[in-house]
Design a binder for this molecule. Structure first.
Ligand SMILES: Nc1ncnc2c1ncn2[C@@H]1O[C@H](COP(=O)(O)OP(=O)(O)OP(=O)(O)O)[C@@H](O)[C@H]1O
Ligand SMILES: [Mg+2]
Length: 306
C-alpha cells in the first residue's frame, strides 16, 4: 500500500484535479485505490458523489470530520474503515476499486481543535501530545490491512495546518502540483523546508519517547508536477519554462510529464465533476488531455516503485 499526499499550500494549483484523475485512472487500470479528502472545501468528495448523495448518506456520520471529532471529543478511536464509501457511478466503470473518505465543510474547525491539543504542561506532555495528534492519520491507516489498497491518495487543503501535517506524517510520498509562476514556485522551497522541519521534530520526539508505538517518519517528495501549462509548438511557453527551470535547479525531483491548461476539459460543470480520464468525449483536445493524465499515472506508478 503506497500512501501519497497531494500537497501544496498554494491554492488552485490543481491538487484536487490531479488526485481525482489519478485515483480514477489507477482504479480504471485495475488497482484498488482509497481517496481521502482532507480539504473542507470537499472538492474531491464532489468529484465522485453528488451534493445530494453526500447530504443524504454521508454528511452526518461518514466524513473524515467524524473521525477527527471522535478523537477530539471522546479521545476514542473510530475505525477509519467505517467511513469508507464506494461511489457507485464511478465504480461501475472500473476494473479495480475506487473508495472514498468524504470531507465536510466543518472540517475547518478541526484544525483549531487539534492545535489546542498540542499544548502541554511539561516537556514530556508536549512531546506526547505532539506525537498523538500528528500520528493520528498514520495510525488510522495502519488499521487498514496493507492488502486492502494498492494506493491511498490524500487530497490536502491549501495550508500547512495540523490536519495537513497529519497527512504528511502518514505519507510515504508527497506529490506537489504547481503552476509555473513566480508565487507558486516560491512556495515549493518553503514547502520543502517546512516538511523537513516537521520530519525532524517528529523524529526527535519519537527518539526521545523511546517506545515501540511511535515510529520515525520519512515522507519523500515524489515530484513536483507542473500543471496548467500553456503549450506552443508542443512545449511550454517560454514565460513558464523559466519557472520550470528554476524549480529544477532547486534540486527537488520533478515529474517528466506535465499537465496542460485546458479549460474546456477541466472546467466543465456537470451535475458533478467526472474526472477527465473517465469522460467518454472524443476529439483531439480531450484525447491530448487524457493521454497526459495516463502518462502521469504511468510515471507515478514507476516513481513509487523505484
Ligand atoms: N490543467 C488544467 N487546465 C485548466 N483548468 C484546470 C486545470 N486543472 C485544474 N483546473 C481548474 O482550476 C481550478 C482549480 O483546480 P483544483 O481545484 O484542482 O486546484 P486545487 O489546488 O485543488 O485548489 P484548492 O487549493 O482550492 O484546493 C478548478 O476550477 C479546476 O477545474
Ligand atoms: Mg483542492
Amino acid at each position: 500500500m503506497k500512501i501519497v499526499s497531494v500537497i501544496n499550500y498554494k491554492g488552485g494549483v490543481g491538487k484536487t484535479t490531479v488526485t481525482a484523475n489519478l485515483a480514477a485512472e489507477l482504479a480504471f487500470r485495475g488497482k484498488s485505490v482509497l481517496a481521502i479528502d482532507l480539504d473542507p472545501q470537499a472538492s474531491l468528495t464532489f468529484s465522485f458523489v453528488t451534493v445530494d448523495e453526500w447530504s443524504k448518506r454521508y454528511e452526518q456520520e461518514m466524513t473524515i470530520k467524524n473521525w477527527y471529532d471522535a478523537f477530539i471529543d471522546k479521545d476514542t478511536d473510530l475505525d477509519l474503515k467505517q467511513l469508507i464509501c464506494r461511489p457507485q457511478r464511478v465504480n461501475s466503470e472500473m476494473r479495480g476499486i475506487l473508495d472514498l473518505v468524504c470531507s465536510h465543510l466543518a472540517l475547518i474547525n478541526v484544525d483549531l481543535e487539534l492545535a489546542t491539543r498540542l499544548v502541554g504542561g511539561t516537556q514530556r506532555d508536549l512531546r506526547n501530545n505532539y506525537l498523538r495528534v500528528h500520528s493520528r492519520l498514520r495510525q488510522g491507516l495502519d488499521s487498514l490491512s496493507r492488502a486492502d489498497y494498492d494506493y491511498v491518495l490524500i487530497d490536502c487543503p491549501p495550508n500547512f495546518n495540523v490536519v495537513t501535517k497529519t497527512a504528511i506524517a502518514a505519507s510515504d510520498f508527497l506529490l506537489v502540483p504547481t503552476k509555473p509562476d513566480y508565487l507558486s514556485t516560491l512556495g515549493i522551497e518553503q514547502l520543502d523546508k517546512h516538511v523537513k522541519e516537521l520530519v525532524r521534530t517528529y523524529n526527535e520526539y519519537v527518539a526521545d519517547a523511546g517506545n515501540a508505538d511511535s515510529k520515525a517518519i520519512d515522507p519523500k517528495i515524489l515530484g513536483v508536477l507542473f500543471t496548467m501549462i500553456q503549450i506552443r509548438n508542443e512545449q511550454p511557453i517560454s514565460a513558464q519554462r523559466q519557472y520550470i527551470e528554476q524549480v529544477t535547479r532547486l534540486g527537488v525531483p520533478c515529474f517528466d510529464c506535465f499537465i496542460r491548461e485546458n479549460k474546456t476539459s477541466y472546467s466543465d460543470a456537470p451535475e458533478y465533476g467526472i474526472p477527465v480520464v473517465l469522460k467518454r468525449v472524443s476529439g483531439k483536445t480531450y484525447t491530448d488531455v487524457r493521454t497526459e493524465l495516463e502518462e502521469l499515472t504511468t510515471e507515478l506508478i514507476r516513481r513509487v516503485s523505484e
